[in-house]
Design a protein around this ligand. Structure first.
Ligand code: ZN
Length: 315
């Protein structure tokens, strides 16, 4: 056994990644528009992953292009999880790149989809299976039904209609639906999330999907009137997916619950287990809780946090 352990250690040390942490790729390079400021979001995501001491995070930026990406091979197999701060149309990735990602996931890879990552690749059926539900980019009923909670149960609705909506950014209450999942163990049954877009009316295949937490989408704020999935865990082949619909911008992802669920969700996607303790200062059902050190990474932070949904200032 000692020889085997030494061999495993030597193999890890010989790899391209640091032997100290679980190798994680943070993929960025494109979004649907300026409202998703991936350039500033990536350092905030990296900071929260780095501070766990668990991961060795490599930022991989897909080259900017208007056509099909060619010659881009991020070597998925070098990583235990891919965190996507990335949203591109389905034609962006050539078939070989899609196939390589499917092989990686089927064989036991990890995917963490953050917010608008679930807008990406609308017509790529394997990707839609990985994230379970998605919105925008012309997803309609052929993407799959709407998924939501009703009477304490995951429910679907195949009615026609476009996928994806949200109202004004406000703080909202999150309700845990699976307290036994490793990502959720030890979290309070309900908490307030910092001002963010509450994604609603998402559609998708919903296969092998566990809804970890929902939030009520208020019709008074252009909502669906349903308890909408916010945090999801999925199985894709031998791979694991953690999908958080939260995290529109740095204000939103500085919310302590976003930080904690991203850290735990990434560990789970990479390893199947969560070893992290829930930190003090987690929000309660009455109070939001956010990290000023993360919020300060937003170039607009000096203008205050009360500018939610004002026009994006020119930079
Ligand atoms: Zn958004």
């Amino acid at each position: 056994m000692r020889i085997l352990a030494a061999f495993v250690l030597a193999s890890v040390a010989a790899g391209a990644q640091s032997p100290r942490g679980i190798p994680v790729m943070l993929l960025d390079g494109e979004s649907g528009g300026r409202y998703h400021d991936w350039q500033h979001v990536t350092p905030a995501l990296k900071k929260m992953l780095d501070e766990t001491g668990l991961f060795t995070v490599t930022v991989v930026t897909a080259p900017a292009t208007t056509g099909e990406l060619t010659g881009f091979d991020p070597h998925f197999a070098n990583y235990r999880a891919v965190v996507m701060n990335y949203d591109a149309p389905q034609e962006r990735w050539p078939a070989a790149l899609k196939s390589s990602f499917e092989t990686y996931m089927t064989g036991g890879g990890g995917l963490v989809a953050v917010h608008a990552a679930d807008n990406a690749f609308a017509g790529w059926s394997a990707f839609n299976e990985m994230v379970g539900v998605g919105g925008w980019r012309d997803r309609r009923e052929d993407a799959g039904p709407f998924w939501f909670y009703r009477d304490g149960k995951l429910t679907s609705d195949s009615s026609p209609g476009s996928a994806g909506s949200h109202g004004r950014r406000t703080p909202f209450l999150v309700t845990v639906r699976d307290a036994t999942h490793p990502i959720m163990r030890g979290l309070p049954p309900m908490w307030m999330h910092q001002g963010d877009e509450l994604y609603a009316r998402l559609r998708g295949p919903g296969k092998n999907m566990t809804v970890l937490a929902t939030a009520f989408s208020d019709p008074a704020n252009r909502g669906s009137g349903r308890d909408e999935p916010q945090l999801l865990a999925l199985q894709y082949g031998k791979g694991r997916v953690f999908h958080t619909t939260m995290g529109h911008d740095i204000v939103a992802l500085s919310s302590v619950d976003f930080v904690v669920t991203l850290q735990r969700g990434t560990e789970w996607a990479a390893t199947g287990a969560v070893t992290q303790k829930v930190p003090a200062g987690f929000p309660t059902a009455q109070t939001v809780s956010y990290r000023s050190d993360l919020a300060a990474l937003d170039p607009d932070y000096p203008n205050g946090l009360d500018n939610l949904d004002l026009p994006v200032p020119k930079r």
